[in-house]
Design a protein around this ligand. Sequence first.
Ligand SMILES: *Cc1c(COP(=O)(O)O)cnc(C)c1O
Length: 436
Amino acid sequence: MVDAMLVRARELDAADPLGEYRARFQLPEGVIYLDGNSLGALPKATPARLEQVIRGEWGEGLIRSWNGADWIGSARRVGGKIAPLIGAQPHEVVAADSTSVNLFKLIAAALDMRPGRKVILSEPGNFPTDLYMIAGLERQGLATRRLAGREHLLEALDGDVALLLLTHVHYKTGEVFDMAALTRAAHQAGALVLWDLSHSGGALPVDLNACGADFAVGCGYKYLNGGPGAPAYAFAAERHHGALHQPLTGWFGHAAPFAFADDYAPAPGIDRLQCGTSPILGLAALEVGVDLIAEIGAQRLYAKSQALSEFFLECLAVNGISLTAHPEPVEGRAQNGLTSFDKLRTSGRVELVSPADPAQRGSQLSFRHAQAYAICQALIARGVIGDFRDPDILRLGFAPAYLRFEDMAEAARHLAEVLESGEWQREEFMQRAAVT
Ligand SMILES: *Cc1c(COP(=O)(O)O)cnc(C)c1O
């Protein structure tokens, strides 16, 4: 049976229209990489491009490269290439700073645009930095943080809410919000909306403008393969460009940075979301990743991602990990904002906490197990790299650009073997590392 899945996997790989793209990434021998949702793999073209930017543009071109190699335009250029992946116009996106910093700029800008309202509404269990960035503004007396679970978001959207801030695909469970419906509800309440697309951009199609979204941010080092600490991106709908004022008024957001005027005047368009000098090496690496992902396109990536995760679940079943409905909600879920997830679990071993319907989840599957950390370590020792999310989640990401169906069959077999053998109980797998 297990071998039959491997045979089927190889047939699916042979027929996969994205199969050729795996060769465009460097992937270590003997590794099944299920963590591309945390740090995307290295495109093979990146080192040569960086070499060219470092030796040629920096080494030879020196300061002349700001114009000669268009360093000055690179934040806008890379943003423009990200735009089609998220349903934006090219002049509505800029690649700059980190996701955290872009959150700060846009939360503050939204507060400025809704005088008399101070509440930033989000959900408990949202990605920590999103919640922490609100807390920073709260301390300054500028904002009031309000958290409401998924079922209570609509009733929490009252006349005090300046901004609804949500992560489109939940980092831990993979559950997807209905972007169009929530954006509409926020607008009806007079609030603006900021979507965090860190687990969406490059994995599934997003249509910010069709949904009427106001603002968005997203990560460059996950599904966009920009490298560790790659610049992030920020989106502001064109209709807001004139009225948008963000507080990090550095000279690169100025209408005329090289006029060296004493007084700040924001650039007319999306450039007002820039702050200081762009990290040119980081942007160069990000651009290679974005070019590659944009070449494949969001629709094809999404189709492959769904096929991969569905096949993985099938392989789990064949390996004896049958997924059955779990009657009661698991304790602690409400507190984590996870109340609406499908009540599914395997025969007492692992519980699927991601939605069972592939249309309701991003490009990942998350499983709950009291010993998720040790299981994750045991898998890594076998070359299957996923990650652990506190306190009890084993998270497996399916980056559609470079994973094979064969990887799904093999990873499922390894997970079954780890659970069955109890090898995760070894002392070395229990020791927590600093970064999980
Ligand atoms: C990964 C991630 C971030 C990362 O923020 P940084 O500023 O790059 O550290 C932010 N939000 C979400 C939802 C993420 O998944």
